[in-house]
Design a binder for this molecule. Structure first.
Ligand SMILES: Nc1ncnc2c1ncn2[C@@H]1O[C@H](COP(=O)(O)OP(=O)(O)OP(=O)(O)O)[C@@H](O)[C@H]1O
Ligand SMILES: O=P(O)(O)OC[C@@]1(O)O[C@H](CO)[C@@H](O)[C@@H]1O
Length: 304
């Protein structure tokens, strides 16, 4: 089974404006609400790929209820801890450019925090995969992901972590199945500037050396790189009109994990991850099965 953990889910409130007048009254051209948060997005893609999964994390209040209802409508399995405070609302403003305004998220009480760890430990079996994705609400403290990873190790489960900075570096010795920094995050991680593909590969290799089993480096419209052991692959993205890049990275992780869990083939998983990322970038909401399959046939892989 695949479990996704979203410590800080959100309603993504997508607002489209013709133009943004700061300090003035703006009227929306269109607005949409989606269940969001990185792990939930991964689960939604897994669902499109018909990969069994359970979405876990914290939800609360009317906003949390909205998320649970939407997931039920998509016939998705979830096992959320219900918290006293309201799940956050994140604003995704589209006015030519995409501007994101994310909330810090609600306070999670200590008993609620412990309950998730207990449920995770009780659910996991040898060979399961746990995807840890997104920001950690400040009240949980910095070590919370480490406690989740510890539980995965104790139960013999693989884990994937999609986070940045120190939290990512700390997780590497525990051998994550895959990590997916984008090219900017990779440069930040090593506090450097990366100018060429060779430099990307060289810094990506360092992450393998530090413990990651697979490293995906996503490069938006430039496609992505997969590094594992001695091999490096590039995937080119098919042409299309970009509508929404929010969740493209999560879609890539969903595609990779869902396919890897089914086939054990990292190269095929990489191809599917790239197709899912691009299919989301070319859609208003996250990708759907039909578009993922269409793009999968068009992704070109090259061993470097
Ligand atoms: N403009 C684009 N055109 C085609 N494919 C795209 C585009 N943007 C993203 N993708 C696809 O999605 C994958 C992940 O995108 P990206 O590198 O933007 O990840 P990310 O920064 O983690 O995304 P985000 O944080 O916006 O979800 C890319 O490798 C590519 O396959
Ligand atoms: O604030 P975080 O947890 O870092 O990111 C949350 C978020 O921006 O990530 C998803 C897209 O990747 C959105 O659904 C959601 O709003």
């Amino acid at each position: 089974m695949i479990y996704t953990i979203t410590l800080n889910p959100s309603i993504d409130y997508v607002v489209e404006l013709e133009e943004l007048a700061l300090g003035g009254l703006n009227r929306m051209k269109r607005d949409m609400k989606y269940p969001g948060g990185k792990g939930i997005n991964v689960s939604r893609i897994l669902n499109e790929l018909e990969a069994d999964n359970v979405a876990m994390g914290f939800v609360g209040g009317f906003t949390g209820q909205f998320i649970e209802e939407r997931l039920k409508e998509h016939r998705m399995e979830s096992n959320f801890i219900h918290i006293r405070k309201d799940t956050r609302i994140n604003i995704k403003l589209k006015h030519g450019a995409e501007t994101e305004i994310n909330s810090q998220g609600p306070v999670i009480e200590p008993a609620e925090a412990e309950e998730l760890l207990t449920r995770l430990a009780a659910s996991l079996r040898q060979g399961d995969i746990v995807v840890l994705s997104g920001s950690v609400p400040p009240s949980l403290g910095e070590g919370y992901y480490n406690r989740c990873i510890q539980i995965c190790k104790e139960q013999g489960a693989e884990f994937v972590i999609d986070t940045t900075g120190a939290a990512l570096l700390e997780a590497l010795p525990s051998r994550p199945l895959v990590i997916k920094p984008n090219h900017h995050e990779l440069a930040e991680l090593f506090q450097t500037e990366i100018r060429t593909r060779d430099e990307l590969i060289s810094y990506g290799r360092r992450l393998l050396g530090l413990g990651a089993q697979h490293v995906l480096i996503s490069m938006a419209g430039e496609g992505a790189l997969l590094l594992r052991e001695e091999q490096v692959y590039h995937a080119s993205v098919p042409p299309g009109q970009v509508k929404n890049s929010v969740g493209a990275g999560d879609s890539m992780i969903g595609g990779f994990v869902g396919t890897y869990a089914r086939t054990g083939n990292a190269v095929e998983a990489f191809k599917m991850g790239t197709a899912c990322g691009s299919a989301t970038a070319f859609a208003d909401d996250l990708a759907d099965q039909e578009h993922i399959q269409q793009l999968y046939a068009k992704v070109q892989l090259q061993e470097l």
